[in-house]
Design a protein around this ligand. Structure first.
Ligand code: ATP
Ligand code: MG
Length: 556
């Protein structure tokens, strides 16, 4: 029996199905992805993008890309641009231009005036630490601000003065007048506006008051006529406030739905923390291939398809869990195994001389481009008297079940011949400098006509025709499953997360590689040209992922 996992259905689609059934939103589905442009997006955001845009696709609805740009101190155009690129790269589209919370500042201001007129908001002179101190705790009620009972007209006048720039940063706030005894701390007269004389990346110096997240977010959703406002679980406690603002204003009121955020082991996932890695130079910028950013994953060799597949596989839940990063790596292997062209590359070469092969002869052999896909065809590779194999594919004193090359043993060279090792040549330091072998001309293509079997198959590159490239092998950026478990995550950085290999020997066809194409180097992993540092004169390949999850066995 075939069990097909339905990764398209979850508790959120169940809510939407019910809403469509009752025609709650006239069978409309309109979601949004609302990043704050204060850093580059990471794999957690990718989860949210796949969910929000995916739901819109599933129901023939819409999904807005909306920048939640309400904090001028941290937001920059560079981040806006990268976010747009990342969402597009993942393969999602939105109608018209991206939207910005800052487009609605005027309208939000008008709504604030309305709340003041209702007697539901007041200007408060308490400093931010006083507001915090008087908020109370889960056990103790908060203390009412002495400014709570200002008249509507005084509040209107002060709020307009706030906007006009008559006060210094932090001198006053606008607060919602809800309930300082409320069991939910978010409902204890939350701040709606703060004064910040700072230049905004879009509105410049037009504003010196900026809306707080909870006040702004529901209004953004309402203005855009969002139906289902999907956010992560930590906003569950903010939902009563989301609802209170929209109910008080009696405006269009989307439904907020919370799901568990994606956490990955060996990974940190907050823009603020990732920015620290960038600013302190621990990584090569936001798109360092070890970063969990979308741009890092892209440069590492991840595909949009693998990320979407991963996002579907982990599903949507209401319970916080930590997903094994090996799952993400597996999603990439699964995608690439089906379509990555195979080539041969020797990362740590040692020369093999085939003593009975004619001097000067170069033979052309056929190599399969992808055993998983017949239509990928074959390519020509050249074979000659001298070839390179991987240094660790030879052992002088092999253990019992060693099936690679050793003295007197026969192995298969992929697509070529069987060879038998006859002699090991060493330099004056006793290091192996060359291996001598004989080949069996009757095994062309890697098959014997007498039915004799060999257990080992090695990849190789002809020493008469090859190109050289540098290779970057990546390991996890952090040593611990939870990099923050024992303090500062920077102390948990893995010093061996990048290993550089100079002068690997590769098949010549790779001289035409493009950074869009990902190759399987037989037996060593999936590799992609580094989009930033590679040049015609100095090819650099990144290993996206190894062929198998050997890490799991070694390190857990
Ligand atoms: P960060 O702390 O990394 O900046 P954030 O939640 O503050 O994360 P936003 O830019 O506000 O970042 O997030 C945009 C959207 O992405 C939000 O809807 C948020 O809930 C979602 N999101 C952020 N991180 C994750 C995650 N780890 N898993 C799923 N969704 C996430
Ligand atoms: Mg944030």
């Amino acid at each position: 029996m075939n069990i097909i996992k339905d990764t398209q259905s979850n508790f959120i689609t169940k809510i939407i199905d019910d809403d469509n059934h009752t025609k709650k939103w006239d069978e409309r589905v309109h979601t949004r992805f609302p990043p704050e442009p204060n850093g580059y997006l990471h794999i957690g955001h990718a989860k949210s993008i796949c969910l929000n845009f995916g739901i819109a696709q599933k129901y023939g609805g819409k999904c807005n890309l909306r920048f939640d740009d309400t904090n001028p101190l941290k937001e920059e155009d560079e981040y806006v641009k990268s976010i747009i690129d990342d969402v597009k790269w993942l393969g999602f589209h939105w109608e018209d231009e991206p939207l910005y919370a800052s487009n609605y500042f005027e309208q939000m201001f008008d709504y604030a005036i309305e709340l003041i007129n209702q007697g539901n908001a007041y200007v408060c002179d308490l400093k931010s630490d006083e507001v915090k101190d008087q908020r109370g705790t889960l056990k103790n009620p908060g203390i009412e601000s002495p400014f709570r009972n200002r008249s509507i007209s005084e509040n209107l006048e002060l709020f307009k003065k706030m906007r006009a720039g008559d006060f210094l940063d932090g001198e006053k706030t606008l607060r919602a007048k809800i309930d300082m005894q409320h069991a939910n701390l978010n409902m204890r007269d939350p701040v709606m506006y703060r004064i910040l004389h700072a230049k905004h990346h879009r509105t410049g110096s037009k504003w010196c008051i900026y809306p707080m997240y909870d006040w702004a977010h529901g209004l953004e959703d309402s203005i855009e006529k969002i139906t289902h406002s999907i956010c992560t679980l930590e906003f569950e406690d903010h939902r009563p406030l989301y609802d209170w603002y929209l109910n008080s204003l009696e405006v269009y009121h989307p439904q907020q739905i919370e799901f568990a955020r994606l956490n990955l082991n060996y990974t940190i996932m907050s823009k603020r923390k990732l920015k620290r890695l960038v600013d302190e130079g621990h990584v090569d910028g936001w798109s360092d291939p070890r970063m969990p950013t979308i741009s890092g994953l892209k440069r590492r060799g991840y595909t949009p398809k693998s990320i979407k597949h991963f996002s579907d596989e982990i599903g949507v839940t209401k319970r916080d869990t930590v997903v094994d990063v090996a799952k993400l790596e597996n999603a990439l292997r699964e995608d690439l195994n089906k379509r990555a062209p195979r080539v041969m590359g020797v990362l740590d070469p040692i020369k093999v001389v085939i003593t009975n092969y004619p001097e000067g002869e170069i033979e052309t052999l056929d190599a399969k481009n992808n055993p998983e896909d017949e239509s990928a065809g074959t390519r020509k590779i050249s074979f000659s008297k001298e070839i390179f194999i991987e240094r660790n594919d030879f052992m002088e004193d092999p253990p019992k079940k060693y099936f690679r090359l050793s003295l007197g043993k026969e192995v298969r060279l992929k697509f070529a011949y069987y060879i038998t090792c006859t002699e090991v040549i060493k330099n004056e330091n006793g290091e192996i400098s060359e291996i001598h072998c004989t080949y069996d001309p009757k095994t062309k293509g890697g098959m014997s006509d007498d039915g004799r079997k060999v257990r080992g198959t090695l990849h190789w590159v002809s020493a008469s025709e090859y190109i050289e490239a540098d290779i970057r092998l990546y390991d996890r950026l952090f040593k611990s499953q939870n990099p923050e478990a024992s303090g500062d995550f920077v102390d948990d950085l893995n010093p061996d997360s990048l290993k550089l290999i100079k002068n690997a020997k590769l098949e010549t066809c790779l001289s035409n590689a493009e950074s869009k194409s990902i190759y399987q180097f037989e037996r060593t992993g999936y590799f992609v040209l580094d989009s930033k540092d590679s040049s015609e004169n100095n090819l650099i390949f990144n290993r996206a992922v190894s062929l198998r999850d050997s890490w799991a066995k070694l390190n857990r």
